[in-house]
Design a protein around this ligand. Structure first.
Ligand SMILES: Cc1cc2nc3c(=O)[nH]c(=O)nc-3n(C[C@H](O)[C@H](O)[C@H](O)COP(=O)(O)O)c2cc1C
Length: 245
């Protein structure tokens, strides 16, 4: 197994960081690594906003579910899907932009995810830890205002970056037979394999929490899916000029 493959398979989110600072040159190297990701039709639809520790960062933490590590991480980046500069390119060439397509929303969001994951892998390869922060979308409009995002730009997620002050176990992933299929999806699920996985996840949570959390994967997911999923997102995205057709 290559070092890169081993690194990828040893990922775990870090939610407690040391005070060791990350030099800005390193942040820029990480962002350059992000820019190296493949990008749909060369659209390069990702803009990263770095927010220093302090009042604005604390506001982001409050807007993103009061997760303390958002305030505490040495570096915090907000990854935005950005079609605004594409509008400017069209204006420059006096070619009115056809915007609002679902496909454009998808390609921009995929671009951001690939960019961000490159940043993550680069950071982890340098010995840092990370935690994505999707909870910024809890209050997406306020986050957007705080960051001064124009139309055709939305915050996809944040990212905490720093050196780990904890060493959590790797979280067990779904069995291979669930995620790698041959030729067709198939209509049967191997319930024994899933039951086994449920047991593995239950054991993982028990160990990690000293017995305070006992939950299988299917329990966690079915519980989560009883709640609405940020229903304010669609009106917000439409207001920003996405998902109109
Ligand atoms: C897009 C995205 C958003 C996430 N948002 C949060 C978040 O707001 N808070 C948090 O603590 N973890 C967040 N996570 C981390 C996931 O909970 C974590 O990746 C998952 O439980 C698997 O654990 P692992 O990363 O340790 O393997 C997010 C992960 C992703 C990919």
């Amino acid at each position: 197994m290559s070092d890169v493959v081993a690194l990828l398979q040893s990922h775990r989110s870090i939610r407690k960081f040391t005070d060791q600072p990350i030099p800005q040159t390193v942040v820029e190297d990480l962002v350059r690594a992000g820019q190296g990701a493949a990008t749909s039709s060369f659209i390069q639809a990702c803009t990263v906003i770095q927010v220093a520790q302090g009042d604005k960062r604390d506001q982001l933490a409050a807007l993103g579910g009061n997760q303390g590590y958002v305030s505490e991480a040495p570096v915090f980046l907000v990854f935005c899907a950005d079609m605004h500069r594409h509008k400017l390119a069209c204006e420059q060439h006096k070619a009115p932009m056809q915007s609002g397509f679902t496909e454009q929303f998808l390609t921009a969001s995929v671009d951001v995810s690939l960019f961000a994951q490159n940043v993550v892998v680069a950071a982890e390869s340098l010995g840092m830890g990370i935690c994505y922060i999707g909870a910024l979308r809890n209050n997406v409009e306020a986050v957007s205002d705080l960051l001064g995002l124009p139309d055709l730009v939305y915050p996809v997620f944040g990212l905490c970056l720093g050196y780990a002050a904890q060493n959590p176990e790797v979280k067990p992933r779904l069995p291979m037979s669930e995620v790698l299929k041959q030729e067709v999806y198939g209509d049967t699920q191997d319930t024994a394999v899933m039951a086994d996985y449920d047991q593995t996840v239950r054991h993982y949570y028990e160990t990690r929490t000293g017995g305070t959390k006992e939950m299988s994967w299917t329990e966690q997911i079915s519980g989560m899916l009883q709640k609405e999923a940020r229903p304010h997102m669609l009106p917000f995205l439409k207001k920003k000029g996405f998902l109109l057709k």
